[in-house]
Design a protein around this ligand. Structure first.
Ligand SMILES: Cc1ncc(COP(=O)(O)O)c(C=O)c1O
Length: 403
C-alpha cells in the first residue's frame, strides 16, 4: 500500500507525453470558432494551405483532414493501383500503410539505417519490377537522406513522396523537407511539429499531380465531430499533466477506444485555425524545444550517449530518441528510471511487418533495433524540467558496469 502511495507521483508527470505547446492564442481561436459556429466550414483551411505553400516555396497545396488522407490523394494522383508496389519503411506508424492499402497497391517494406530512416541502399534492395512509388518518412523531427534517394530515383519513372508529417520545418541539404520528390505530405496531428488536433496537406510543384488530386472529392467534417475532437484534445492532451490519472481510470473502466478507419475529408476551419497558430509559432517553439532538449540531455547523464536525434539547427526536434545497446540498460529499465524522475516516455514503433499477417520479410536493422528504442518528448511543460531531475544525483545502477 505504502509503495503504491509512493508511486502516485508517477501519475502527475513533470514532463508529460507529447503535450502540444498551446497557449492563450489556441484557446482564443478554439472559443472563437465554437462561439461563432465556424467549426467545420470557413476560410482558414485555404489560408493555412497558402501560408505553408509560401513558406515551402511550392506551387500547389491541398488541405485534408489527416496526413494519411494527403498520402492517399498523392498515391491516387500518381496513378497507383493493385498492379503496383509501394516501398515504405516497416519502422513507421500504421497510418502510412493504411493509405497504401486504401488505394489497393502492394506495400513492400524496406529496412532502415542505424538512425531508423530509409537509406538509398535499403530502398535499392527493396525495389521490384512493379515498384511505382517510394514513400520516405522523416521521423521525430529528424530527416531521412531523401536528397540521396531522390538522386538515385532520378530517371527511373518511380515517384517519390516526401513524408514530412513528423518533421515539418526541418532541413536536409539546405532544403526544407516536404519539398523533395514528386510531392510532399504534412500533418498537423498530435505529436507533430505543427501540433494541432488534426489536419494534413499535400504539397507539390507538379501541376498534373495537383490537378488529379484536386478532382478527387472529399467530404466536409461534421461540426459536432470537430468540436468533440478539439474538446477531448484540450482535456486529455493539453491538460494531460492533470488529467492523466482520470484517463487511466476511464481507460480501465470503459476500455481503450480502437481507432476507427478514417474518412477522407477536407480540413475543418477550427483545425486549420489551430494549425495556423502553430505554424506562426514554429520558430519560437523549435527554439524552446532545442533549449529543453539540451537540459534533458544533460540530465540524462550517461544515457545521453545513446541519443540519435539531430540537435543541430536543421532539425525541429520533436523527440529525443535513444537507441540502447543490445544488453543493458533495457528500454523498460530506462522508462522506469525516467518515469521515477517525472518524465513520461515511451518505446518506439513496433515494425509493421512484425504484426501484419501474411508478411514474412527479413529486415536486419529494423529487426535488431526496434525494441531498443526509447522516445522522450521534448515538446513539454517547461516548468517541469527546470527543476533538477532526481537521477542526475542518483545515477542508475547499471552506470559504471554496463554503460
Ligand atoms: C510519418 C507519418 N506520416 C503520416 C502520418 C499520418 O498523419 P495523420 O495522423 O495526420 O493521418 C503520420 C502519423 O502519425 C506519420 O507519423
Amino acid at each position: 500500500m505504502l509503495s503504491k502511495l509512493r508511486n502516485l507521483h508517477r501519475y502527475f508527470y513533470q514532463v508529460p507525453w507529447c503535450v502540444p505547446t498551446w497557449g492563450w492564442k489556441e484557446f482564443c481561436v478554439t472559443m472563437n470558432c465554437i462561439l461563432t459556429g465556424h467549426l467545420s466550414k470557413g476560410p482558414y483551411p485555404r489560408r493555412f494551405a497558402d501560408a505553408v505553400k509560401d513558406y515551402l516555396g511550392i506551387a500547389y497545396a491541398l488541405h485534408t483532414n489527416r496526413g494519411r488522407v494527403a498520402i492517399e490523394l498523392a498515391l491516387r494522383a500518381i496513378g497507383l493501383d493493385k498492379n503496383h508496389d509501394v516501398i515504405l519503411p516497416s519502422y513507421i506508424c500504421h497510418s502510412v500503410l493504411d493509405a497504401v492499402v486504401r488505394v489497393g497497391a502492394r506495400p513492400v517494406f524496406a529496412d532502415v539505417g542505424p538512425d531508423l530512416h530509409l537509406t538509398p541502399e535499403t530502398v535499392k534492395t527493396a525495389l521490384t519490377a512493379q515498384t511505382r512509388c517510394v514513400i520516405v518518412p522523416h521521423l521525430f523531427g529528424n530527416t531521412a537522406p531523401i536528397d540521396e534517394i531522390e538522386t538515385m530515383l532520378e530517371g527511373t519513372g518511380i515517384a517519390l513522396i516526401d513524408d514530412a508529417a513528423q518533421s515539418f520545418g526541418s532541413r536536409r541539404a539546405g532544403r526544407l523537407v516536404g519539398t523533395f520528390g514528386d510531392c510532399g505530405i504534412i500533418s498537423c496531428g498530435p505529436g507533430k511539429t505543427l501540433a494541432g488536433v488534426a489536419g494534413g496537406l499535400l504539397v507539390t510543384n507538379n501541376r498534373e499531380i495537383y490537378e488529379r488530386a484536386a478532382t478527387i472529392s472529399l467530404c466536409q467534417e461534421n461540426a459536432i465531430v470537430v468540436m468533440q475532437r478539439v474538446l477531448s484534445f484540450w482535456i486529455w492532451r493539453r491538460l494531460r499533466k492533470y488529467t492523466l490519472p482520470f484517463k487511466i481510470i476511464m481507460d480501465r473502466v470503459f476500455g481503450v477506444k480502437e481507432e476507427t478507419p478514417y474518412v477522407a475529408c477536407v480540413m475543418s476551419n477550427l483545425d486549420a485555425r489551430i494549425a495556423l497558430e502553430q505554424f506562426y509559432a514554429l520558430g519560437k517553439n523549435t527554439q524552446k524545444r532545442r533549449y529543453n532538449a539540451t537540459i534533458l540531455l544533460k540530465a540524462l547523464g550517461p544515457l545521453a550517449n545513446y541519443n540519435i536525434s539531430d540537435l543541430s539547427h536543421n532539425s525541429t526536434l520533436v523527440k529525443l530518441v535513444l537507441v540502447l545497446p543490445p544488453k543493458e540498460p533495457t528500454p523498460n529499465q530506462v522508462i522506469n528510471l525516467l518515469s521515477n524522475a517525472g518524465i513520461e516516455c515511451q518505446k518506439g514503433y513496433v515494425p509493421l511487418h512484425l504484426y501484419m499477417r501474411n508478411v514474412s520479410v527479413f529486415l536486419p536493422f529494423t529487426d535488431n533495433l526496434w525494441d531498443r528504442v526509447v522516445c522522450i518528448p521534448v515538446d513539454i511543460e517547461y516548468k517541469g524540467i527546470k527543476k533538477p531531475l532526481p537521477f542526475t544525483e542518483k545515477r542508475p545502477k547499471f552506470e559504471s558496469s554496463q554503460v
